[in-house]
Design a protein around this ligand. Structure first.
Ligand code: OSB
Ligand code: MG
Length: 375
């Protein structure tokens, strides 16, 4: 398959409701979409780099420039047998996993379409129904949060995750648990605490949480291992895991008992699969994280979630929780049982609405084999 050209584009999409984490509040997304043009088929993917370098060092402007100056020139004009080859073609560039992932994943999508095969099958998926959870941001009041949880539980979601930070944690969890003693509940701190706060974090143990996600520094594994020895609640790592080697270090050090896999954070489907396989070998459950994706990225998260060891509900939820109108058709829907059924159609099973995307586009650039490589 020849990679003839790659198009980058930025679209703007306002969120239905703001999303607040310990690092800030997002009202509207700037989304970077990638199209890989390969011999008559177009593969699509989304870079999950955020509006600013807050969740990680990566952000949309940097991802765009890294792609156009260093990554795309390695890909365009090449003939490849499998999308997975992109990983090694881009490996000399350090980090920038969200930029790499968008490129590799667009080519996976193209390969699936060219082979007229479902992407999830091409990835080696085994589950036809994936269990879904929701991630609920910090609200203006606890009452608002409780209302939101009630709505999501009524919709059928199987796990509620709430964002926490100092000042929005124990009291919030207390109120949730007194109203719903039995639900599958977890929390995500996005690195808001320090090891000196171990005593405080130990208070979370009484809420019978499925996990506490990324309590400490975004780049840490060692202190999470120290913390895990001091608390009963299982730690789940998100920000700290960039590849299978990180996952192995974390698991062997017992820094976590669960791993969140985000395909963007680990640099694409190839490495996401490696992290998945590593965790399965160590009997560590994984689940698929979310980054407020449009339908394009969401469809890829669904495909990834079909792999065997994705055994906990992911942050993969319905389009309508985020967007008044999504850029795929059909939109992602979640059943009353809290699951998404996976389609057998070629590619993701969701059609990309290019007409709508065109209207949302604020900039666009196509790079072909003539693209100049910067050194
Ligand atoms: O830590 O999982 C996270 C959103 C943006 C950045 C980081 C995170 C999140 C979420 C949202 O929790 C998950 C979703 O897409 O619903
Ligand atoms: Mg997280």
């Amino acid at each position: 398959m020849k990679i003839e050209a790659i198009t980058l584009r930025e679209i703007h999409m306002p969120l239905v409701h703001f999303f607040e984490t310990s690092f800030g509040r997002t009202y509207s997304r700037r989304i970077l979409l990638v199209t890989a043009h390969c011999e008559g088929v177009n593969g699509w993917a989304e870079s999950v780099a955020g509006e600013g370098p807050l969740y990680s060092e990566e952000w949309i402007e940097a991802a765009w420039l890294t792609m156009r100056s260093f990554l795309i020139p390695e890909l365009v004009g090449r003939h490849i047998a499998q999308a997975g080859e992109c990983f090694s073609l881009m490996a000399h560039v350090r980090g920038n996993n969200m930029a790499k992932a968008a490129l590799e994943n667009a080519i996976w999508d193209a390969e699936a379409k060219q082979k007229r095969q479902a992407l999830w099958k091409l990835l080696g998926g085994a589950q036809r129904e994936i269990p879904c959870g929701v991630s609920i941001g910090i609200q203006d009041s606890i009452e608002q949060l409780l209302d939101k949880i009630e709505i999501e539980l009524a919709a059928g979601y199987r796990r509620i995750k709430v964002k926490v930070k100092p000042g929005w944690d124990v009291t919030v969890l207390e109120r949730i648990r007194s109203r719903w003693p039995e639900i599958l509940l977890s929390c995500d701190a996005n690195s808001a605490y320090r090891i000196e706060e171990t005593e405080h974090l130990r208070e979370f143990d009484r809420f019978n949480l499925l996990m506490i996600e990324q309590p400490l520094w975004n780049d840490d594994i060692y202190f999470h291992a120290r913390l895990q020895k001091q608390i009963r609640t299982k730690i789940c790592l998100d920000e700290s895991i960039h590849n299978a080697r990180d996952a192995q270090a974390a698991v062997e050090l017992r820094a976590c008992g669960i791993v969140n896999i985000k395909v963007g954070r680990v640099g694409g489907f190839s490495e996401a699969r490696s992290v998945h396989d590593l965790c399965r070998a160590y009997n560590v459950p994984v689940w698929c994280g979310g980054m407020l994706e449009s339908g394009v990225g969401r469809a890829h998260n669904i495909a990834l979630s079909t792999l065997e060891n994705f055994c906990l509900p992911g942050d993969v939820s319905a389009s309508k929780r985020y967007w008044t109108e999504d850029i795929i058709e059909p939109e992602v829907e979640v059943s009353r049982a809290g699951t998404i059924s996976v389609s057998d159609e070629p590619g993701t099973g969701y059609r990309v609405r290019e007409d709508l995307i065109e209207k949302l586009t604020v900039r666009k650039e196509t790079l072909t084999a003539g693209a100049v490589l910067q050194r």
